[in-house]
Design a protein around this ligand. Structure first.
Ligand code: E9O
Length: 604
């Protein structure tokens, strides 16, 4: 798998294709127009009618046009660029790489098919070497289709209500069961990069510690290209001193007195120490590739999650990639701001609800020492079948390949809130679990469950019970007094029945920033605060009574956009922060709690 994050080096050049692309949508009623009129080789300028669209960004909220905002179908992007003549050297490969296009894409370069891919939030690569032109403009065209189906991850359903009384003929209704706005388009980096013909195309790292606290790095480097090549491997510490070396493409590095990767603990000595793993291919025209790694171990039992042999307690939340105007478009500024806020809160973790986040975000998690549960884009699956399973497996393969080397990634969540009492879902999740387990033996696997205990069936195959619970909000709305009783008893029931530890992956309340009421009522900031505090008390008594609780994650870090509906004011307002990333009252209460913890474990 050739998905290594593109980096520059002595042997590689990298450039982005960011900026204003030309953009067209097919009329909703004529989805084949772009294909029929060969938009993949026609400059939109010559057609007259087109938009300018920034890349990377979701297209939905950039314009003032509601058809574009709500668009479901084929949209078309194109961009023109020059490349340096030296890239025509036939000793080089040139790849074009998309960090994420939502959802399905077909890419043409100079009128020729380059690559296609189905599935958002994950990178894919096309070989541009033979297709590029030198000394004249190159035209790249991307056709994007954001239509989800019952057999895609995630799922959506298209129906034609055959009801002439209410709807005109051919009227289409498109619906899905998840509550986030399905931002579409070229959401992440588009990069061109070169490599030598023989090049490093994959690296797999597994770390551990020896008996004398030496670090052990088991590694495997895949070399692609025609010729066989050896490898020169060097491991550098943060001061760029060489701490280990090898001449084999796969093997083991031993680092005396290795410094472990630790999660962030405010005010403490823990550091998220990173080494640099450097590969030089051992041939005439060497390729150089460098990647940061952390040395840490991960274990799980029926009671604990252990990082470097110490129990960890997760203090965090679920997030979204979501911001005004750019939607799910990756943005360094937003991502950095979020990490400042995460650390301000004293949190040590988050879940990438409800899809894999940008690679840049995970790199920053490695650097900051934030533990991440990487979740697949499988939110609210409701019907199951072989085609869906096949798709889901492929998504997991791509996801694990992409993220397997991050020390920050401590768990795979293969789905969020699926129906899981159905027989079809039970065999589905057992098989999916096995698929991921074979690829990655080193991390716990779960899916997030929102069902009542009597309907929570497929979770029996997971390593951890990850639960979403909304006592006082979705059930017994407004009844703050019942939270402790319900939460305590339910969590005890779950862990007793399944003999596994519990992680709360969602709880919380919606609040409108600035709305107050005393005594508390739903939607006020006051209610939000008390709701969280009632849950805090529950967690503390569970911990005090040795109930295996691995952590607490609030829904959500920040307010985020939802589809239009009458139960939400355009946003899910369960954020600790507003969508503008300013704190609500609840954020201060969480900050106070999360900073009380004196270690990475549950000790306060
Ligand atoms: C998924 C998340 O993306 N969980 C939902 C969140 C929400 O507030 C959504 O934003 O809609 C909560 C699911 C609650 C399930 C429990 C329902 C209990 C009904 C009695």
């Amino acid at each position: 798998a050739n998905v290594l994050y593109p980096v520059e080096s002595e042997s590689r050049e990298l450039r982005t294709l960011h900026g204003l692309w030309n953009f067209k949508i097919s009329p909703p009623s004529d989805q084949s127009i772009g294909f029929d009129n060969k938009w993949y080789s026609v400059r939109f300028e010559t057609l007259g009618d087109y938009w300018k669209m920034p890349v990377p960004s979701s297209y939905n909220d950039v314009t003032v046009n509601s058809t574009i905002r709500d668009y479901v179908g084929w949209s078309w992007y194109q961009y023109e660029f020059y490349v340096p003549k030296r890239w025509s050297d036939d000793q080089l490969n040139v790849f074009v790489r998309f960090g994420s296009v939502h959802f399905k894409s077909i890419v043409w370069l100079n009128g020729q098919l380059c690559v296609d891919h189905e599935g958002g939030h994950l990178p894919f690569i096309g070989d541009a070497s033979r297709l590029l032109k030198y000394g004249e403009y190159n035209l790249i065209v991307v056709a994007v289709n954001n239509t989800l189906r019952p057999d895609t991850i995630p799922q959506a359903f298209t129906t034609f209500p055959n009801n002439s009384y209410k709807y005109p003929k051919g009227y289409r209704i498109y619906s899905h069961n998840f509550d986030y706005f399905d931002y579409s388009g070229i959401n992440r980096a588009v990069q061109l990069y070169t490599t030598p013909k023989v090049y490093v195309c994959d690296i797999t790292i597994l770390t551990s510690f020896g008996n004398n606290s030496e670090g052990v790095v088991d590694y495997k480097v895949d070399i692609c290209g025609k010729n066989e090549s050896g490898c020169n491997i060097t491991l550098l510490d943060a001061n760029r001193n060489v701490v280990a070396q090898s001449n084999a493409c796969s093997g083991q590095l031993i680092i005396p007195n290795a410094i472990p990767w630790w999660p962030f603990m405010s005010g403490k000595q823990y550091i998220a120490y990173l080494y640099t793993f450097q590969v030089k291919t051992d041939n005439e025209n060497s390729d150089y590739y460098r990647m940061k790694i952390g040395i840490r171990t991960l274990q799980w039992t029926t009671k604990e999650l252990l990082l470097n042999n110490e129990p960890v307690y997760l203090r965090g939340f679920g997030k979204h990639e979501d911001s005004i105007i750019r939607g799910r478009g990756y943005d360094d500024v937003l991502s950095s701001r979020d990490y400042y806020l995460i650390k301000w809160l004293g949190a040590n973790s988050f879940r990438t609800s409800h899809y894999p986040y940008a690679e840049e975000t995970l790199q920053q998690a490695d650097e900051e020492g934030i533990m991440v549960i990487v979740e697949a884009a499988a939110c609210s699956l409701s019907i199951f079948g072989p085609n869906l399973l096949k798709f889901h497996k492929r998504m997991m393969t791509e996801n694990v390949n992409r993220d397997k080397n991050h020390p920050s990634v401590i768990m795979w969540s293969i789905a969020n809130e699926p129906q899981n009492q159905l027989n079809s879902s039970i065999s589905y999740f057992r098989e999916l679990y096995q698929h991921v387990r074979l690829m990655d033996p080193s991390r716990p696997i779960t899916f997030v469950n929102s069902q009542q205990i009597q309907n929570a069936k497929a979770i029996q195959y997971m390593d951890i019970l990850t639960l979403n619970r909304y006592s006082g909000w979705y059930s017994d709305s407004g009844h703050l007094e019942i939270i402790q009783y319900q939460m305590y008893n339910e969590l005890v029931a779950f862990t007793t029945q399944f003999e596994k530890p519990i992680l709360i992956t969602e709880y919380g309340a919606g609040s409108l920033s600035g709305l107050h009421s005393l005594p508390e009522t739903m939607w006020s900031e006051d209610f939000h605060v008390t709701m969280l505090q009632e849950n805090f008390k529950t967690f503390d008594s569970l911990i005090a009574n040795n109930i295996p609780l691995l952590g607490e994650m609030i829904w959500n870090f920040a307010d985020f956009k939802t589809p239009q509906e009458y139960i939400r004011p355009g946003l899910c307002v369960k954020g600790l922060f507003t969508r503008e990333r300013q704190p609500k009252m609840a954020a201060y209460v969480v900050k106070e709690r999360y900073n009380k913890f004196t270690s990475n474990s549950a000790v306060q």
